[in-house]
Design a binder for this molecule. Structure first.
Ligand code: SAM
Length: 249
């Protein structure tokens, strides 16, 4: 794949790199998985903060150069692989950190959420617009399926934002550092059918719950007082309540 297509924007702000590393490892961590080390800018700041660092880089030349650059650091293992094809849970519980390639932000986030208790927390640098979607309030333009999915699995917090000039070459968008702190799902709720229900409610964003959900769950949805609302108006708690109503019949 051509380099531009791999989302290669290298962060050169040393203060931002230090803040990311500090947020990833406020104290020494047993294991950090870094996604997309690039030339090792963040890796350098993570070294010394963790007993073991596994860095996953798809670009062969970059993987080799970062391996060479830190050959004196046995705690670092550079894996040349596609993060989307890698089982991130295979090494046990880990902190995940990375200045993510923006073209795969959503699938990477979904992969992190799927880790469940194997994710200690994540610090990711992502496009600012996506960060705003993760933290959006119901009823706002940015609120959608990704918001509900994220808040179901984690507590997302924007730590700081960065302008394009903090990167070489500069991306076209602003960026935001986000901390994702996992929260265990409620014991009485099965995540897969619940999230399928939420996805269906958002299928056509401008449509009411009634229009989106009756085809799947039948006419009982029409009796809900919320039937004429749109998915974007409902909080995570309301979605859980509605799903409970559906399951309990
Ligand atoms: N961490 C470096 C920094 O902050 O300067 C580089 C960050 S750059 C935004 C994203 C990195 O992810 C690039 O090095 C790119 O080659 C790598 N990358 C892109 N797609 C990837 C994938 N599917 N799996 C693993 N790494 C990937």
């Amino acid at each position: 794949m051509a380099r531009q297509r791999l989302g290669q924007h290298f962060l050169h702000s040393r203060s931002a790199l230090e803040r990311l590393a500090e947020a990833a490892c406020p104290s020494r961590e047993p294991l950090v998985i870094e996604i997309g080390p690039g030339r090792g800018a963040l890796t350098e700041h993570l070294l010394g903060r963790a007993d073991r660092i596994i860095a996953i880089e798809l670009d062969r030349a970059l993987a080799q150069s970062v391996r060479r650059r830190f050959r004196q650091s046995p705690e670092l293992e550079v894996i040349e692989a596609d993060v989307l094809e890698t089982d991130l849970g295979q090494w046990g519980p880990a902190v995940v950190a990375g200045n993510l390639p923006y073209y795969i932000t959503s699938p990477v986030l979904e992969k992190l959420y799927a880790l469940g208790p194997l994710l200690r927390h994540a610090i990711v640098l992502i496009q600012k617009e996506v960060a705003e979607r993760l933290t959006a309030r119901p009823g706002t333009r940015d609120y959608g399926y990704l918001t509900v999915l994220t808040n179901f699995h984690c507590r997302p917090e924007v730590l700081f934002t960065l302008p394009p000039g903090a990167f070489t070459p500069p991306p076209k968008v602003d960026s935001a550092a986000v901390r994702l702190t996992p929260i265990p799902p409620p014991a009485d709720l099965k995540p897969a059918p619940f999230l399928e229900f939420v996805a269906r409610a958002f299928r056509q964003k401008r449509k009411t719950l009634r229009n989106n959900l009756v085809p799947y769950y039948g006419p009982k949805v029409e009796e809900w007082p919320e039937a004429r609302l749109r998915a974007e108006q409902l909080s995570l708690e309301q979605f859980m309540e509605l799903h409970k109503r559906l399951v309990e019949g």
